[in-house]
Design a protein around this ligand. Structure first.
Ligand code: HH3
Length: 329
């Protein structure tokens, strides 16, 4: 008899006008409680070789904070800007996530801080880290890259950062709970070692947290309650760098890799993986424009995927096309 196997392919939604939004360097993406796309971008600021000194102190304070609204709420169907906020607050936006109550959580690598914001509130609800002061104790981060809030415990997970190699956990009101992780030693990267923990995603159904271990070109997953290492997901197809990872209810893990070095064969692309097996189900690239530095990725339950690019200053939308594959058995 005929057996129907349903599979899907992720393709760019080429009719989505969001690819023409006028943006700065796009650093973070999230979906809000109404599945609107939220973009965190750098307006007229850029992160380049002159942005920090050798002690990771931000060098461009004189520019003042970004005057444009750095947080845009976008209609998922027609890419209309439904709301915008976040001006005069940030210097170098990086990570963005939205908790189950609709609060925005962001990191700024110049300020070395994590912020909890309600849209249009003047003052942040919570700030972690000391402004412009890099460090690695309980009160300091060093270029923190991402933040996520556990929907059950309310605990706050911070991936810290370009110049630290750890995950730090805080209570809902910002009390230090624990941290784990260490620098990658020379030779093969061991479990629990990082080289730029660059993006993180919670998998509440499995009580896990997965981290894009960027320069080790891999994803590492941990038990979110204890920090115990559970698994590494690494594929040759990733190449040298894995920039971002995002889990969506239903068991799919999405990721984007980094630019191939001269002579490398693994192209820049997006990946869809089965979370349980870690296997790659599909890969995807845009039709319009090309990936330059895909920096964050976020996916909805219906397999709508967005990728934000820090160099192309663009956000692409991708959707899944179901394909019925008929096989005789
Ligand atoms: O990786 C870098 N930046 C991106 O991740 C980003 O823009 O977030 C970077 C590294 C060295 C110098 C300048 C930029």
């Amino acid at each position: 008899e005929k057996e129907h196997t349903e599979d899907f392919h992720i393709e760019e939604a080429v009719d989505w006008p969001g690819v023409n939004l006028k943006l700065g360097q796009v650093s973070g993406l999230a979906l809000d409680t109404k599945n609107n796309l939220v973009i965190f971008h750098r307006g007229d600021h850029v992160w380049d070789e002159n942005s920090f000194d050798s002690s990771f102190v931000y060098q461009q304070r004189g520019l003042g904070p970004i005057e444009q609204n750095t947080i845009l709420v976008i209609d998922p169907s027609n890419a209309e800007v439904l709301d915008s906020t976040g001006k005069n607050l940030f210097y170098l936006p990086h990570g963005l996530s939205i908790d189950k109550d609709g609060n925005y959580w962001v990191t700024d690598v110049a300020l070395h801080q994590v912020f909890k914001l309600r849209v249009h509130d003047k003052e942040p609800l919570l700030i972690l880290g000391r402004s412009l002061q890099p460090g690695s104790d309980k009160n300091h981060f060093c270029q923190p890259t991402d933040v996520a809030v556990d929907p059950v415990t309310g605990n706050v997970y911070v991936s810290d950062g370009y110049c630290n190699s750890r995950i730090v956990v805080f209570s809902p009101n910002g009390m230090f709970i624990m941290q784990w992780g260490e620098e990658t030693s020379v030779g093969k990267a061991k479990p629990g070692q990082f080289q730029i923990p660059h993006s993180l995603t919670l998998i509440p159904e499995f009580g896990q947290l997965c981290v894009a271990d960027r320069e080790n070109g891999r994803i590492q997953c941990f038990r979110s309650e204890t920090g115990e290492f559970t698994r590494e997901i690494k594929h040759k197809l990733f190449g040298r760098e894995l920039f971002a990872v995002s889990y969506t209810r239903g068991g799919l893990l999405f990721a984007v890799n980094g630019m191939p070095h001269p002579g490398d064969i693994e192209p820049l692309q997006g990946f869809v993986m089965n979370f349980s097996t870690g296997e790659i189900i599909d890969t995807f690239v845009p039709v319009r424009k090309t990936f330059e530095m895909p920096h964050d990725i976020v996916a909805a339950e219906d397999k709508t995927v967005y990728v934000g690019d820090a160099h192309a200053k663009t956000v692409w939308k991708f959707t899944a096309t179901e394909k019925m594959e008929h096989r005789s058995v």
